[in-house]
Design a protein around this ligand. Structure first.
Ligand SMILES: Cc1ncc(COP(=O)(O)O)c(C=O)c1O
Ligand SMILES: [Zn+2]
Length: 403
């Protein structure tokens, strides 16, 4: 059971009973390099086998549940809240992908997140934050609803607006000016307040949408973020993807799981849920590979967590067809690195030709998936080109329905 959170950078601790422990208490605008991580007592709570709805099934392993229980809420009440808030979540398909296996001549297992809430896995990260808020509201710890805030122009924004809309919760979405108009209309229809952020005239560097998000959070908005340093609670229910996979592995086990890395929350959560027996292969595109560079730098640094700025350096001018993983910084590099090391995994930099080849292969085989969501497969294809011959099945995650 989760008992609290501790910062991987400065060791600050907070107890699970405290509400709204989104970010490290020592993080500040001029010192953002902190990361709260969940701490548990080593006891693995049983799953609720009466249902396959993941948020309910795995609730007792989750931090939002421990937060509710620590504040005196009954398990039945947590069940009621989970059913009303996360009733739309279903276990996503995971199995051998016959057409991909035939095309590549190996056994490929795919976790298909393209039919999940809002068409990707992103809602899994955000629902834990919403559950925390709804629990706090039910306990009387929250009497007015502060707006949610997110900076994204892709799957995360859509997931955030979908969840906020389902709960009638106000949300502000910060997007760059070049965002697709049709996408903005979709967010508008969900009732989101969309802020198109211009690059600042004074020549200030950095993502203007992220600056808008930070200002909103400083003003009292809830960081409804899919990046652990901004809101650790996105790393809670995100683990359901790995728990689901762990319950339906092939008999022989998996040789590896190839996961596309943007901010790194997906790989962190997936590997935490799946367990260290399955090597995590962290895949980035050649045109944006800050995580692979950080892994190299970390070899030469003792305690890399304490030397964030030296290890995790932003990538300049990211570019790839896989435009959803062009985060210039792998915000959750600490979690991904730990999982790669613990599972004896590795990093792969997929050449752009593999990113394109993976996207067009899945275009032929289905399910309809964005090039971002086939980037893990691109890493596998790059390895096969280099002579990799797995003996056991290899898993990938297909996420982000093609639009
Ligand atoms: C479809 C899809 N797959 C994978 C990722 C990568 O997730 P993360 O940013 O948590 O590494 C994203 C992130 O935007 C995504 O949209
Ligand atoms: Zn800290």
């Amino acid at each position: 059971m989760i008992t609290g959170l501790r910062c991987a950078v400065c060791d600050a601790s907070v107890e699970i009973v405290q509400p709204f422990t989104w970010a490290c208490p020592n993080a500040a605008p001029d010192d953002p390099h902190h990361l709260l991580e969940f701490v548990d007592d080593g006891v693995v709570e049983p799953v609720d086998t009466r249902t396959t709805e993941p948020i309910i099934r795995y609730r007792r392993r989750c931090a939002w549940w421990a937060f509710a229980r620590a504040n005196g809420m009954s398990d039945d009440d947590t069940l009621h809240i989970a059913s009303t808030v996360a009733g739309g979540f279903a276990t996503s398909p995971f199995g051998r992908h016959a057409a991909l296996s035939a095309a590549l001549g190996i056994n490929v297992w795919a976790k298909d997140e393209t039919h999940s809430v809002a068409g990707s896995h992103k809602a899994r990260h955000l629902i834990g934050i919403m559950l925390h808020l709804r629990v706090a509201e039910t306990l009387g710890l929250l009497t007015e609803r502060p707006a949610l805030a997110i900076s994204s122009c892709g799957n995360a924004a859509l997931a955030a607006a979908t969840i906020a809309s389902s709960q009638g919760w106000p949300i502000r979405v910060f997007v760059p000016t070049w965002m697709d108009d049709a996408f903005g209309d979709g967010l508008d229809r969900l009732g989101a307040e969309v802020h198109r952020c211009e690059r600042r005239d004074d020549g200030a560097l950095g993502d203007p949408a992220m600056a808008g998000f930070r200002a909103a959070v400083a003003d009292g908005a809830v960081p409804f973020s899919v990046q652990g340093p901004a809101n650790a609670w996105c790393l809670d229910t995100g683990r359901t993807i790995g728990w689901e996979m762990a319950e339906s592995l092939p008999d022989s086990g998996l040789e590896a799981v190839y996961v596309q890395i943007g901010g790194g929350a997906l790989a962190t959560c997936l590997s935490a849920g799946l367990g260290r027996e399955v090597p995590l292969v962290a895949v980035q595109a050649q045109g944006c590979a800050p995580f692979a560079a950080a892994m190299e730098r970390a070899i030469h640094v003792t305690d890399p967590e304490h030397h964030w700025a030296e290890v995790m350096m932003p990538w300049s001018a990211p570019t790839s067809l896989a435009d959803g993983i062009l985060d210039d910084e792998t915000y959750d590099w600490i979690g991904v690195r730990r999982s790669v090391l613990a599972s004896r995994g590795r990093t792969v930099i997929a050449p752009e030709s593999s990113i394109v080849a993976a996207a067009s292969l899945v275009e032929r085989t289905g399910p309809p998936t964005s090039p971002t969501g086939t980037a893990g497969l691109a890493g596998l294809m790059a390895d096969l080109d280099e002579g990799f011959r797995p003996e056991r099945p290899v898993a990938i995650v297909l996420s982000g329905v093609a639009r």
